[in-house]
Design a protein around this ligand. Sequence first.
Ligand SMILES: Nc1ncnc2c1ncn2[C@@H]1O[C@H](COP(=O)(O)OP(=O)(O)OP(=O)(O)O)[C@@H](O)[C@H]1O
Length: 718
Amino acid sequence: MPQLAFANSFWESYDVLEKPVKAGVRKAMQKFQLLSVPELHADKGLHLESVHNARDARMRTIRINDFWRGVVLAPDDGSDVFLLVNVVRHDDAYTWAAKRLYTTNSVTRALEVRNVVAIEQLTPALEKAAAAADSLLFAKCSDTVLHELGIDEQVLRAVRTIVDKAQLKAFETLLPEDQCEVLQYLAEGFGPDEVYRDVVAVRRPVDAGPDPDESLAVAISNTTNRITLVTGPEELADILEKPFSAWRVFLHPSQRRVAYRVSYGGPVQITGGPGTGKTVAALHRVKHLLTRSPDTRVLLTTYTNALAGSLRENLSLLLDRDDALLGRVDVTTVNAYAHGVVTRLEGKAPSPMNDREERQLWQRVVKQLGLPWTEQFLAQEYRHVILAQNLRGRDAYRNALRRGRGSALASARRDQMWSAMEQFESMLRDQQATTHLKVCARAADLLAGSAPTHDHVVVDEAQDLHPAQWRVLRGAVTPGSDDLFITGDPHQRIYDSKVSLGSLGISVAGRTHRLRINYRSTEEILGWSTGILSPVSVDDLGGEGSDSLAGYRSLLHGRAPCVEGYGSEQAEVAALVERVEGWIGQGIRPSEIGVCARFNVLLDKAYEKLTAAKIPVVRVRDNPGPGTDGVRLATMHAMKGLEFRCVTVLGVTASAVPFAREVTPAMVDALQRDSDLLRERCLLFVACTRAREALAVTWSGSASAFVPQPHRRTGQVA
Ligand SMILES: Nc1ncnc2c1ncn2[C@@H]1O[C@H](COP(=O)(O)OP(=O)(O)OP(=O)(O)O)[C@@H](O)[C@H]1O
């Protein structure tokens, strides 16, 4: 009986097909499960035919219906796995199939595909141009080194014509996948040894024999990150009927390596820019941890309730809605977990106040004690020094190092400050209230005197956690193997938490990993958005040095972001309505469009105008489920962790981003000012990197200084 496998190129085409065509694909695929190989070849309905002038002799097309054909790679070496690679309109199917060549990578042993005709046509002209070029991108790499990294003869010839990264980019869709990735890493400045270790060796099967060309079936089984092999009829029905989520099946080797490593000796940290699949890696890690023993309990945390909801949904998908497995995972925010611990161990639920109430309380403290500081300064001292270092008495505070604070406080001032802190806490007690961070501090104390609640803790969106929240997580699990799996991106830090993980008993030394491929946004959106951060450097996740986005890139391509200024807010919102109508006109569902701004006031105006134009709109803060129609409106903060096909970031003006009220004046605290400005910059970066296919960044009046210069325009809708 033949076996069936599906390439990722197939899923990209399948997901957008109309229902009857999908039904045709299912019917055709069932035949591969019912008929023998000779019967398949003889079947009239399937009409398995070879492709005229095909560069790959194994290329076949099959009939789906009168208008669509499937493209299949048929084994010619006695093996029995058929690979469905695409579904294409009838007339285009033959041209598409004729140009593609599938080969086995000599080192990774995975099956790769290239547009062999395009490479052949382009290379001679490019060779002429290269002969006159001043420098070549891969001049430093010898042929031997490239061969050892899996580059074959045809690709090598093309490689020797590449003058710069832009030309490599133009080649990307034509080159075999594994070879292309090797070249991208080399182009980013990684050394051949690093590339071999991180890109090649991780893919090479441990039992790779001397002959790279074994059989198509073996090559297919070596290509788990791009090909799914279907083993039975139920699996076939399941895979073709559910919406296909590539992240569940095709992990990049760097993701697979971190998520499915059998065990880590202690806490492990995974970083990576936006959209590199950190959340995906965290979800797969949970799956792996659950299978380690039948009664393991896992705590999976994230930053907001909305993100916890989507984690729960995705985990359920990944675990095939297996209630027994899902019952062993608690998915929640750190604050909610801490609240639960305090409620359980003290028998009474704490009532934390919101940010506004907390600010008002600090204002009262300033007034009552006639203090020389603003309420903002006091709140920061409380958060960044007292709670961060868990200081419990006047003497401890007197002697504390005020790391990250740019204003010295003499000892008399410290005494005055401590009295202010005591006053704040006594007012809290009087109101029988508390703050979220104090709940965390209490939970950490309680956990220190009781048994850990979980066997493993997996932390997503770790970059914004405060030391008090880390102490709770530290207390949730016994220190040791596989205790904490931490994912986060310091470039997306938007709540100003300064953390030294080591000092909190969370040492990730020797267990840090980085993901570099963005699966969400096009390279155009990514390149533009990273420009927002290029003037600054950011501290790494553990607080031990700085982090960088070196090698961070996307495999997707699309249009450049639209970056546009308007004469008035009214004109800006009118242009938004027109843009959203344009996107919907192109077939994008309203729920796939995100609109965000720094403040709700502008979002209210957008809401009104979009509604007036009869476009459905919903607020992200109202937690609309995936089935709810409507353009999503959110503040920049609420965009954290989300993604949309199209995004507009509104109101990116000089006065809103950075927002002066949120930035400490230099004369109050210069270090705090720098860190406030960085946080505001990161906020814009987070908002822009939510976009998958289209991004618009707009303002009225003067643009934010964070908008990268060369691209700014002033005019009408693009
Ligand atoms: N191996 C994969 N194959 C296909 N899609 C993937 C893969 N890994 C991640 N994705 C997709 O890429 C997008 C981003 O993934 P994810 O949310 O995990 O990234 P992230 O690093 O957590 O992002 P951010 O830091 O911006 O929140 C999602 O749509 C996810 O489904």
